[in-house]
Design a protein around this ligand. Structure first.
Ligand code: IFM
Length: 447
């Protein structure tokens, strides 16, 4: 098959610590805000927790062998901060550090580049008790943590991402309250946004001065926002959500300011000199994209808007998210324009669909294959339009803990039986393996 992507293009899969690791208290791990949040009655749709998740740490060898079998060049994982520092700082847990040492060494031995993400939403609960991201001191704690992790792993990791989707973490965890730490407070939201930006900038500075050689970047969840109807009210609602979701995430990094629509809300946490300090150079930026937002005005909501249902005729995933591959193309183009010269990676893209193993215990997930086929095609198109996008990571390797939705939505290329935790590659696994090894999309299987 003729290559659609050069051999230097990076194919990978992404995961995060709390969603897969399990081993909730092994090795002296401290509690994270997710360990606390899942214990609040009603917080998780199916009442589950990440205590066992997919028991990844106990099955590390098997799991790394499966990643190798997938034929990808890179694996993106996150470090659990409270596994390394149970109290957020101070004494490190030897077992925590050894966990990631082992993971990185296993990946390297299997020829897979380790892409390390320092934070995927699991703040130490000890720090939350002191205010969490709403408190500026968390910035210092984070920079110290980042320095300590890279002092151990910095000689072996291939790329470093400072944060994963700080915008989603701030919004869902601090304003909407459906994710940990479960706050619904504008001040906490503004603090979480701003302090995560400061933490990113100061970590980039610190790691550079420590001489970390791996390219340093960060990861945002950005999605085009469209008005549900062609009315002034819906257009204004779309502009507002665009400012909150995309603008608050990107403009401080690219333009050293918050969007006009959110500036007043952010003013309470921004100190003199902060905005200038945020524009640290990025060696790369990661884009996580699944869909678009379709919004409408809603006078009854405190923010004046709400997410509208899917447009008629547009397919949805089991998360209820519209399948809109064009959104990926548009977003890549927009980033190319806003961040000239910064290499881009799609660090998450994928879909959950209702599925269960068929007769041969095989998941024939043709809807996922179609989704991947169409989205990867838009990456190829963006490259042809001149966008410097250098890699693509499927979300995700294994069916896992999907936060407030529990284990019901399944995003994996690999099915995980909830009773036995047995891993079974799906049809999409084979499809992705051919893509990763041949650099061209195999045909999508028709449903
Ligand atoms: O599972 C999440 C991941 O942790 C962050 N990005 C979106 C995924 C799907 O919801």
């Amino acid at each position: 098959m003729e290559r659609e992507f050069p051999s230097t293009f990076v194919w990978g899969v992404a995961t995060s610590a709390y969603q897969i690791e399990g081993a909730a208290e092994v090795g002296g791990k401290g509690a994270s805000i997710w360990d606390a949040f899942v214990r609040r009655p009603g917080s998780i749709a199916d009442g589950s927790t990440g205590d066992v998740a997919i028991d990844h740490l106990a099955r590390l060898d098997e799991d790394v062998a499966l990643i190798a079998d997938l034929g990808v060049q890179a694996y993106r994982f996150s470090v659990s901060w409270p596994r390394w520092f149970p109290e957020g700082g101070g004494r490190a847990a030897a077992a925590g550090r050894a966990t990631y040492d082992r993971l990185v060494d296993r990946l390297l031995a299997a020829g897979i580049a380790p892409w390390l993400c320092l934070y995927h939403w699991d703040l130490p609960e000890a720090l939350q008790r002191r205010g969490g991201w709403a408190d500026r001191d968390t910035v210092d704690r984070f920079v110290d943590y980042a320095g300590a992790v890279l002092a151990v792993l910095g000689d072996r990791v291939d790329h470093v991402a400072v944060l994963n989707e700080p915008n989603v973490h701030a919004l869902l965890g601090h304003l909407v309250g459906v994710h940990a730490p479960g706050l619904a407070d504008v001040g906490a939201y503004a603090g979480a946004v701003h302090h995560q930006h400061l933490a990113t900038a100061r970590t980039l500075e610190r790691l550079r001065s420590d001489g970390v050689r791996a390219p340093l970047g960060t990861i945002l969840n950005l999605q085009p926002v469209v008005a549900a109807r062609d009315t002034d009210a819906d257009r204004a609602a779309a502009e507002l959500l665009d400012a909150v979701w995309n603008g608050n995430a990107l403009e401080p990094l690219t333009r050293g300011r918050y969007p006009e629509a959110t500036a007043a809300m952010m003013a309470g946490v921004v100190r003199d000199g902060d905005l200038e300090a945020l524009s640290q150079p990025l060696d790369w930026l990661g884009l996580n994209l699944y869909s678009r937002h379709r919004v409408e005005a809603d006078a009854d909501s405190i923010v004046g808007l709400r997410i509208a249902g899917p447009e008629r005729g547009v397919a949805t995933t089991s998360m209820g998210w519209e399948v809109v591959p064009e959104a990926l193309y548009e977003q890549l183009l927009r980033l190319h324009r806003d961040l000239p010269g910064v290499p881009l990676y799609v660090t998450e893209n994928g879909a959950a669909f209702d599925e269960s193993p068929g007769a041969q215990d095989r998941v024939e997930d043709s809807a996922r294959v179609r989704y991947l086929f169409d989205h990867v095609g838009r990456v190829a198109r963006a490259r042809a339009a001149g966008v410097d996008v250098r890699g693509y990571f499927a979300w995700t390797m294994w069916d896992n803990f999907e936060w407030a939705e529990g284990y019901e939505p399944t995003f994996g290329l690999v099915h995980v039986d909830r009773a036995t935790l047995v891993r079974t590659p799906k049809r999409s696994f084979d499809w992705y393996r051919r893509l990763a090894t041949e650099g061209a999309r195999p045909p999508a299987i028709e449903p």
